[in-house]
Design a protein around this ligand. Structure first.
Ligand SMILES: [Zn+2]
Length: 148
């Protein structure tokens, strides 16, 4: 359990260290810098994941990790590494810098929207007197008789 806590702390520390790199650069940065940021971010993330994997394997070999814990943590890190490698590959394959930047911008724009989309859409009209839900078309509240 202590080992798990330690790995969690290591992971959190890694995230904490990497966090500034995830921040959006300020407005008028050069196009090259934007692309470089994305690349740096991925390379940095990859280095963190790899070092975490090494630590994990070390802990496991030292017998400080249960098989199940090791398998679970390793699977998580490896799937993360796979995603990063895939993204790096995409960046490398992209010969057109503008495409990379467009995708990057699209990703940045997409993130806040997805978390904001849980706005109430259906709000029925309510009686101003008792707060009961009103039946559309009725002139009086079905609950208290208040004229609408
Ligand atoms: Zn009412």
């Amino acid at each position: 359990m202590l080992i798990l806590a330690c790995s969690a702390i290591v992971l959190l520390a890694g995230v904490y260290v990497a966090t500034p790199l995830f921040r959006e650069p300020k407005g008028n940065l050069e196009v090259e810098l934007l692309a470089e940021t994305e690349l740096d971010r991925l390379l940095n993330r990859k280095a963190i994941v790899y070092s975490n994997l090494k630590d994990l394997e070390f802990e496991y070999k030292m017998g400080r990790l249960a098989d199940s814990d090791f398998g679970r943590l390793e699977a998580g890190l490896k799937s993360e590494a796979a995603v990063i490698l895939q993204k790096l590959d995409q960046l490398g394959v992209e010969s057109n810098l503008d495409d990379v930047i467009e995708k990057d911008i699209a990703n940045r724009k997409a993130k806040p929207q997805s978390s904001r989309s849980t706005v109430r859409t259906s709000q029925a009209a309510r009686c101003p007197l008792c707060g009961a839900e009103l039946i559309p078309g009725k002139k009086f509240c079905g609950d208290c008789g208040q004229r609408i």
